[in-house]
Ligand binder design. Sequence first.
Ligand code: NA7
Length: 897
Amino acid sequence: MPDVMVAARASEASGSKTQQVDVAVVGAGFAGLYLLHRLRKAGFTTVALDEAGDVGGTWYWNRYPGARCDIQTIDYSYTFDPELEGAWKWSEKYATQPEILRYLGFVADRYDLRRDIRFHTKVTAATWDQVAERWQLTTDHGATISCRYYIMATGCLSSPKPPEIDGVKDFKGKVYFTGRWPHEELKFVGKRVAVIGTGSSAIQSIPLIAEQAAHLTVFQRTPNFALPAHNGPAPAERATLLESDRAGYREQARWSLAGVPLPQQTVVSWQLSDAERRERFEQAWAAGDLVFMLTQLWADQGVDVDGNALLAELFREKIRSIVKDPETAAALTPYDHPFGSKRPCLDTNYYATYNRPNVTLVNLRQEPIASITASGIKTDKRSFDIDVIVFATGFDAMTGAIKAVHPITGRGGKSLTDVWADGPQTYLGLTVAGFPNLFLVTGPGSPSVLSNMAVSIEQHVDWVVDRLIAIQAAGFTAIEATETAQTGWARHMADCSTLTLHRLANTWYTGANVPGKPQGVMPYTGGVGPYRSICNEVVGGGMLGFRLTGPNGAEQCNDGEIVRLQPDVRLVLNMLAEMNLPPIESLGAQGARDFVAEFNKSRPAGRPVGEIVDGTLPLTDGSLPYRLYRPAAPGPHPIAVYFHGGGWVLGDEQSDDPLCRDICRRAEMIVVSVGYRHAPEHRFPTAAEDGYAATRWIAEHAAKLGGRPGPVAVAGWSAGANIAAVTCQLARDRGGPEIAGQLLVCPVTDCAFDRPSYGDNAAGYFLTRPLMFWFWDIYCSPADRTDPRVSPLRGQLAGLPPAFVVTCEFDPLRDEGVAYAEALAAAGVPVEQLQARGHFHSSFAMVDVVITGVSGRARMAEALRRFAGLPQKTAQSGESIPQGRQASSPELNAAAK
Ligand code: NA7
């Protein structure tokens, strides 16, 4: 729509009088428009301000050739009004920028939104007036504004980055920025054009510019992964799915990981053959769906560098097969970042464009740009005569647009720029401590750019407007995040970012694209659905982490951290809660065993090891089964004897299979998991005596088992760790075998139940207090419980082998584990402790489910290697990064560790 028409219909707020409104919004894009609509419906007086001449936000500015969305348009739409959905039909799978802009104009018209928007208006300062409890805004055009609430709907990618290359001003030709493209159509016919950058904007525009230009030279700093969009009409099956159950489809998107209704992939890469993986990849390549490619191939593609490398290599093969010149193909092939850690692009003929005779790729890694001259671009090797330079160099993402609307001065005169000097700090990506009544829509700390923005925007807008309604109804006039909540959110963000591979790439997600910008993963990586549930929990918890204030000293503050669990632990516990399982102790011993066996069938298969051998070992009164895990590398290897968890009642030598495989792979040791006998059939001290006898036999038969003769290590989890600890005491007292060290993961060490962890974690973290009581009752009568063969904390501890003791924060057994470690240390035993924050009793046994346990399991393996006298490993399987060819790979390797 021409600006002149807009101006005629836009909000009139000229003159010098201050405009008084309840809410001022900055931005008239997807977020600003929906905000206006909701605020108005809720009865708030509002004004929106935008520098642009019309609605559209990022779609107003990014008019470069080929600009399209990279989420299918069927999903990249408002969902708040089914009638609106019925009234608009997208013509293409990925709509073009003009069509998206028309859509936003249509929405603005439909709800008559322009009358509350002041276009061509930039906020030049925003100051919190503590006395009036209002924000005072000055603008470069028209009246100042006084508002109770100030909402930044400024978008994540709306502040273009400066060129950062010397000499731009000297250039005599034309200069364009993809992020600020002129409104009139540009003609490149007969022109020598340079495009600097190879992100989405460049990858979308390069093929179209190449079709016109006399010559196109692309200056590439970092190659990117791109897959074909296969544009055309919206895929029929997706449209049918939506139309058959619109509400259900939208709801699934709202609770999904990326804001698109796709399921959680559960099959892991090592469960698929090469051919199966290739087939999945080819299907995704043919589907031309970015979110599908990013999430649906195999479960470990986005969380594990090895799983990711398999996918990245398939991409590289494609690039090599399309681009004919091997040198150009090599330069276009990304090696410096895992697939998906930098935003991959959707393209139309991108790679094939480099087969055109009028296109040249300049690899800036080999010949950096030295300067821009009057006639073109000079690298340190060559000069290029150029008529037009297109900067597709990206944005100061996430924070740039917020900080651009500055200064924002909060309580006590604090400036947001200063508060964020070391990186953005927010609570939920929605609010900032010290800045009352200020809200950010899809701000840093929320899923934002790692999600379908349409879904995330609606969730934020609904959350904010619903809160304003509730605050007003309760008689409060100000809301502010607490420092505790904000610090807790930063910790949770950091925990989440260890789950994905985004931290391993230099990208605009991390701020690395802007010189001098503080670095850290800015969007929330925990997923749209989990994030939504957290926001709901904040409300359900009485606005946890917010201080609400109002007239006459009214105040409410339920201070605290919203998430203290590791993000994946939280997901597991929520999933278990949703399953509404009966308490294990209600099932009887056999019922509980059947239940656990069934439950274990649904977990990810452990990773391959060199060999697995099942056998039996003799006892004086029978025999015990064992399962031996042998590393792939040639032996002989040192041996770790392993005892499974299960409260002396449940499990067997196979029930901790994924953990045994993990230990075997990481420590490169043979793991022999022992099937000791269980209660109630065999009560105390059978399990302990079996553990000792088995260890003795294994140590004596180490060579026969293919292991290295000499001392063995012992390891165990939960009741198995109890048996490992007891075995060490018995071995010391009974003349052997010699034990090199003990790895005790969440051990049972004592029969006292009055330590705080038994109370704090009595319920809700799977291993409950009633379940522990049940285990104790089945295994051991009260009269026997102080025997060191079941309460090793009560035994003599001097002279025991070195120990590595792991405890988890949300575990009834936490404090007795810590007590054992401290008592060992006091007795002169070398001890290392891992007190795992945010973890629960099963965290480390849930290999490939609780991914945040990886670093802990890596430390456990290192401890076992130390016990065995093996050298420290430099890179762990599952954490190593594929060897790159570019300069940043050593840093990536370091980060991966
Ligand atoms: P991006 O994805 O940030 O891409 C910018 C590109 O420009 C990228 O290849 C950069 O290389 C390159 N760049 C940036 N600065 C320079 C300088 N100084 N010299 C040479 N090359 C440079 O921005 P887009 O606009 O393409 O896409 C942004 C998002 O919008 C996109 O992900 C979609 O979500 C929509 P680098 O990788 O930094 O080495």
